[in-house]
Design a protein around this ligand. Structure first.
Ligand code: PXG
Length: 296
């Protein structure tokens, strides 16, 4: 069956969901996006994703031509039109069609695209045994050049690092920031566990403030686990007891080696397992009563 796509005001079959070749989203990667999960027919952490989308847009001075409430409704309508129960939403807002120049004043009609589809996860084997990482030589964008906090359509920084991982045979790649500190992976945030304390880079490290990251931090605090958002070095990962990644697609997944060096026991650790369990409980109950996270 053909997918039904929301495109700037209406839901159309995918072969009719087309944008201009003059759209600056295509010409310059000038736009923003979100990747969101649907669990039990309900959009997961809907408000958090909508807020981040509008913040990303504000940061690039892109005016989204609809209110957050209208965007939320359009997203729900697209999920329903595609009968998605457990799946994935890709929300894209482009700058719109313009001239072959950079001037945003000569663009018009930002395009809002919402795709609701099934999702392909990492293979189960990686959840059972953990994944391996390499450190990419491509550093994360300098926050003063293009802030990693903006989820923009310009993902070449991440793609170049991901290629390095693929070449090395790993599913993800670690990116350092311009100071040589651990930033994040190409599409996932990173955590370590050391002596029972959960540690992850803060947003000052130049990372995307992941919504799964924030949910895991809150779940950890609720479970009485100490959480520190602090600068981390590769050294901290090498000597960690456990390491794991968080992301919309990955949820929570253990990392068992970095650059060929075994982390901890070389197997997914107990704190990672507990947090994955808590996260799965949260997502499984999403269509039911619990649709907020309390903040401690
Ligand atoms: N860092 C980066 C650079 C990301 O792009 C995350 C961390 C995790 O953030 P969330 O909010 O998802 O917990 C991301 C998210 C994809 C895809 O199709 C990538 C992301 C999200 C959804 C889909 O590769 N990246």
């Amino acid at each position: 069956m053909s997918r039904q796509i929301y495109l700037t005001g209406k839901i159309v079959p995918e072969d009719q969901a087309t944008v201009s070749v003059f759209d600056h989203g295509l010409l310059y990667g000038d736009g923003v996006f979100e990747g969101i999960r649907v669990y039990g027919g309900k959009v997961f952490l809907e408000k958090e994703h909508i807020d981040r989308l509008y913040e990303s847009a504000l940061a690039i001075r892109l005016e989204i031509p609809m209110t957050p409430a209208e965007m939320t409704q359009a997203m729900r309508d697209t999920v329903a039109a595609n009968n998605i129960v457990d799946g994935y939403i890709r929300l894209v807002v482009t700058r719109g069609a313009g001239t072959l120049g950079l001037d945003i004043r000569r663009t018009s009609n930002p395009q809002v695209i919402i795709i609701a589809d099934s999702i392909s996860l990492y293979p189960q084997e990686l959840y059972d045994n953990g994944l391996q990482l390499i450190t990419a030589s491509t550093i994360r964008n300098h926050p003063g050049a293009l802030s990693p906090r903006i989820k923009s359509l310009n993902y070449l920084n991440n793609i170049l690092a991901r290629i390095e991982g693929t070449d090395a045979g790993t599913a993800e790649a670690l990116m350092l920031n311009h100071k040589g500190e651990v930033a994040e992976c190409t599409g996932d945030n990173i955590f370590i566990v050391k002596n029972g304390v959960l540690k992850t880079p803060s947003t000052e490290a130049g990372i995307l403030e992941g919504i799964t990251r924030n949910a895991v931090i809150r779940l950890a605090k609720e479970a009485g686990i100490e959480v520190q958002e602090i600068p981390l070095l590769r050294h901290d990962i090498f000597v960690a007891d456990e390491c794991f990644l968080t992301g919309t697609a990955a949820e929570v997944i253990a990392v068992v080696s970095l650059d060929g060096r075994t982390i901890g026991t070389g197997k997914p650790g107990p704190v990672t397992g507990k947090l994955l369990d808590l996260f799965r409980k949260l997502t499984r109950s999403w269509s039911g009563e619990r649709q907020t996270l309390t903040c401690l």
